[in-house]
Ligand binder design. Structure first.
Ligand SMILES: *Cc1c(COP(=O)(O)O)cnc(C)c1O
Length: 365
């Protein structure tokens, strides 16, 4: 049997037609109708007042930090358990990342740790929504009480709603990634959303080299080229046309995993009842007595591809601090991501569960 991969994008809608149309139109850079239509589609899904497409999810975070005026001398509070892009964006903005621990219940930034990490230099909080879960509302309350900006790295949770409202509305700016393995993809791509008119205008301007929005070649502030191409937007528009179908399938896959693994000792993130998750990558912790890397090795041997969850940023050489952030360190050691792509069949999910359970039995320390 062929190996079951962790992710394959589902490109079975209008993706090819729209890309061909974009190429034939000659509009292959960042002007063109698909960029406008994709941004409108992002607004329709998220309900945000403004959506601005950019070239990837990493620059989306940098653009957002830059536009809430994060710069040299500033501190930005970030969970140590995240994808490295969240942290690198802070460095690129010239600021210093301040790492805090996460909660065992949802693997996300711990509001109590955020409160403790605030100093007079704290310019922003950069909470990150990972896998199935979304940042605790308490984090936004703390930011508000201290008058600190929030840039929410929502790269993994496009399509997730909280009480019927799309994720990202509690932040000053929320960012998304449309990388090939994300829920909606444009190949490489990203977006920022905001409900603040002035901030959104600045985001749009800075993504285009700081060019005035109504005067060509007039640049009145420092900017970057973070524009998305019309070709990428063409793929993205076709993806969003199918987003309900993609989300429904991913939710069904996650529910089947949770049901099949209920008695396996695997520990999932806890997600509050009002959150309807996009279920990006189904991830869970192996039991404490199991050797995660050995479980992954045995699963690979039996035709199932998996991923470890992220390593802690405060352990990376360029960010190494002497901190001990025990919850994040434990999650990082025990976490595993399972195949979760939209075209995965129920039979394949069942096979993954069978292989995982067998590996758990033999990979006891
Ligand atoms: C995917 C991802 C990003 C970055 O996205 P790219 O589009 O690959 O640059 C940032 N943060 C998190 C948490 C991600 O999962």
């Amino acid at each position: 049997m062929p190996t079951i991969p962790v992710y394959v994008p589902s490109l079975t809608g209008n993706e090819v037609d729209y890309v061909m149309d974009a190429v034939r139109s000659g509009w292959i850079s960042s002007l063109g109708q698909y960029v406008d239509r994709f941004e409108q589609a992002i607004k329709d899904v998220t309900g945000a007042r403004h959506a601005i497409a950019v070239s990837n999810g990493s620059v989306a975070i940098h653009l957002a930090l830059h536009c809430v005026d994060v710069g040299p001398g500033d501190e930005v509070i970030v969970p140590t358990f995240t994808y490295i892009a969240s942290v690198n964006a802070i460095t690129l903005a010239g600021a210093r990342p301040v790492f805090v621990d996460v909660r065992m219940e949802d693997w996300l930034i711990d509001p109590a740790a955020v409160e403790d990490a605030i100093t007079p230099r704290t310019k922003a909080i950069l909470p990150v929504d990972l896998y199935s879960a979304v940042v605790s509302p308490a984090v936004f309350d703390i930011a508000k009480a201290h008058g600190i900006a929030v840039v929410e790295d929502s790269a993994e949770v496009f399509g997730t709603t909280i009480g019927g409202t799309h994720v990202g509305h509690a932040a000053d700016v929320a960012t998304f990634s449309f990388f090939g393995n994300k829920t909606v993809t444009t190949g490489e791509g990203g977006a920022v959303i905001s409900n603040d008119d002035a901030l959104a205008a600045r985001l749009r301007k800075v993504k285009g080299q700081g060019q005035s929005l109504d005067k060509r070649y007039w640049h009145d502030e420092v900017g970057f080229n973070y524009r998305m191409t019309n070709i990428c937007a063409a793929i993205g528009l076709a993806q969003i046309e199918r987003v309900d179908q993609i989300l429904a399938r991913k939710q069904a896959i996650a529910a089947l995993y949770r049901q099949e693994l209920a008695d396996s000792g695997m520990q999932f993130q806890q997600v509050p009842g009002d959150v309807k998750s996009s279920e990006w990558l189904v991830s869970a912790l192996v039991p404490p007595e199991a050797d995660r890397d050995e479980v992954m090795r045995q699963m690979a041997e039996n035709g199932v591809d998996t991923r470890p969850v992220f390593y802690c940023a405060h352990h990376m050489p360029m960010y190494a601090t002497r901190q001990t952030l025990p919850v994040a360190e434990e999650i990082s050691r025990r976490g595993i991501s399972l195949p979760s792509f939209p075209d995965l069949t129920d039979d394949q999910v069942l096979r993954v569960c069978e292989v995982l359970k067998a590996a758990l039995l033999s990979a006891r320390r």
